[in-house]
Design a protein around this ligand. Structure first.
Ligand SMILES: NC(=O)c1ccc[n+]([C@@H]2O[C@H](COP(=O)([O-])OP(=O)(O)OC[C@H]3O[C@@H](n4cnc5c(N)ncnc54)[C@H](OP(=O)(O)O)[C@@H]3O)[C@@H](O)[C@H]2O)c1
Length: 237
């Protein structure tokens, strides 16, 4: 059986590329909020095979199982983990790619703003930890041997904005949310090390084209298959 990988933000630029690149080697559970990932999933196969007796097996063979979720809702975080475990019985890799990537404005104007800073910090920094914690509570805490055997790990998709201060207007909270994610990655790697679960982060610069996106994807793949933990990858080949 292939390892089971849970990917958030699967409808986004990076998420879609991750799904395409990893579908051969992993059973994918791909979460999206509003943009449905353009990948083969249970949304196509049941319709194609609706009248065929083998429909059930076709459904179990889909490369990606899609789950809609707004991850800023705690109940959705829980449901995503429960659905994944109900379907596959285990989770071997978690890639936290979902993020609010907007630059929301100047700190000077914060007094007039709505609650975007809280929402961005929640999604970009805390939700990745909530997901990892939920998986730990449901299974990883009782499975140190399986964790080692399946080389289980978390990859948090951070950003270069979490490492440096840029003058470009309005990215203070985005940058801080990613800086927090970097630190949380390091703390989580310490907490999960006794259970043989690795935790790393990657800090890409801006990627727009397909080739640049694929380089980020391949760096994430190397983190999944490697043996490092507590690493913040800042150099992407
Ligand atoms: N693109 C870059 O140049 C760049 C550079 C450095 C780091 N990064 C990081 O790389 C990751 C992927 O970036 P990207 O360019 O692929 O971004 P993207 O295309 O905007 O994808 C982000 C995804 O997050 C999802 N999302 C937003 N709010 C959500 C919520 N409340 N619940 C669940 N999902 C939610 C979005 O879903 P919807 O379909 O609903 O919008 C979207 O599919 C992010 O962590 C980003 O910070 C990107």
């Amino acid at each position: 059986m292939k390892p089971v990988c849970l990917i958030t933000g699967a409808g986004g630029r990076l998420g879609q590329d991750l799904c395409h690149a990893l579908q051969e080697d992993y059973e994918l559970v791909a979460t999206y909020r509003s943009t449905i990932p353009n990948i083969p999933s249970q949304f196509q196969r049941p319709l194609e095979g609706a009248d065929e007796p083998e429909n059930e097996s076709a459904l179990s063979d889909v490369p990606a199982y899609l789950v809609q979720a707004d991850l800023t809702c705690r109940e959705d975080v829980k449901r995503v983990v429960e659905v994944t475990l109900a379907r596959y019985g285990r989770i071997d890799a978690l890639i936290n790619a979902a993020a609010d990537i907007k630059f929301h404005g100047n700190l000077r104007d914060l007094w007039q703003a709505d609650d975007y800073p809280q929402s961005q910090m929640l999604l970009n920094s805390i939700v990745p930890m909530q997901l990892a914690s939920a998986i730990y509570q449901y299974c990883w805490k009782d499975q140190p041997d399986e964790n080692a055997r399946w080389n289980r790990s978390v990859v948090n998709v951070s950003s270069i904005s979490g490492l440096y201060v840029y003058e470009e207007r309005g990215q203070a909270f985005y940058g801080v949310s990613k800086a927090a994610l970097n630190m949380l990655t390091l703390y989580l790697s310490l907490e999960l090390a006794p259970y043989s679960v690795r935790v790393n982060a990657i800090c890409p610069s801006r990627f727009t084209g397909m080739a640049a996106t694929r380089r980020v994807t391949e760096t994430i793949r190397n983190l999944l298959t490697g043996d490092s933990t507590g690493t913040i990858v800042t150099k992407i080949p």
